[in-house]
Ligand binder design. Structure first.
Ligand code: C5P
Length: 242
């Protein structure tokens, strides 16, 4: 089963159950952020476990080092947490926060460990949005800077748009995983989404993504299973999948 496409479930628990039931033979990893967690809570982890799939927890932690690390430890303490494949932190939280998170993650029992990913620049942001928060450099330069920071701190990878993959590879090499949101099969639809630095699944893989994170393009489709099959087919043609 492929794990290249991670299905983001920013939906209700009912809808999440329905989508997992329809697609769990097509993908090995789903993503849960605050939208689903706040409706369902930690017991959702047992659901994913029973379905035989992994889950990425996308809470994008951004806090003082001790609190960010303690949050990770609490997450790992939930029943069913062995199903957690990865967790996100904002790389902008700084070296100390990232490094402390890695150190605390490494102390967890082997079956509770997960990968850690640094969110670089949200795919909904453009250069002008960076300027408005006081960052006076290009998106590429900021993503590069934060990717190097995440790598230095020992994170397993970063989250960035397809447009920055080659810049990340230049500074971090091939070892850092690059997870790419902001994906849609349909270029008209991509313009409607709040994702500003977007790409199709094929474009993102051609540019060197390790995993894609795809939400609305799948869960808002009339037939989410068919939509996911189309995406898998699109990347199979490129021999990303065999
Ligand atoms: O619906 P859509 O495919 O745009 O969802 C993308 C998902 O990826 C959302 O769950 C969003 O929280 C997440 N994400 C993102 N940009 C980042 C990091 C995570 O869109 N930089």
């Amino acid at each position: 089963m492929q794990d290249k496409i991670i299905v983001a479930l920013d939906v209700s628990p009912e809808k999440a159950r329905e989508i997992v039931a329809k697609t769990k033979d097509l993908t090995a990893i789903y993503k849960m952020g605050p939208v689903l967690w706040h409706q369902w809570g930690a017991e959702s982890l047992s659901f994913f476990k029973d379905q035989g799939v992994r889950v990425m927890i996308d809470f994008k932690f951004h806090d003082i080092p001790s609190v960010a690390a303690a949050s990770l430890v609490c997450l790992a303490g939930h029943q069913g947490s062995e199903v957690i494949w990865g967790v996100t932190l904002h790389a902008l939280g700084g070296f100390s926060m990232l490094r402390t998170a890695v150190i605390e993650r490494d102390k967890l029992p082997k079956d509770r460990k997960f990968l850690l990913f640094g969110v670089t620049v949200l795919t909904s942001m453009r250069e002008k949005d960076l300027y408005r928060v006081g960052i006076n450099r290009t998106v590429d330069a900021q993503v590069k800077k934060l990717s190097m920071l995440a790598q230095d701190a020992g994170l397993d990878g970063v989250v960035a748009s397809a447009k920055e993959i080659s810049a990340i590879r230049k500074v971090c090499g091939k070892d850092q995983l690059v997870l790419v949101p902001g994906i849609s099969l349909d270029s008209n639809r991509r313009r409607d989404l709040d994702q500003k630095r977007a790409a199709t699944p094929r474009e993102a893989f051609e540019l060197g993504a390790d995993h894609l994170i795809i939400g609305r393009d799948i869960y808002q489709a009339e037939d989410p299973r068919e939509r996911l099959e189309m995406m898998i087919e699109a990347i199979r043609v490129d021999k990303i999948l065999h």
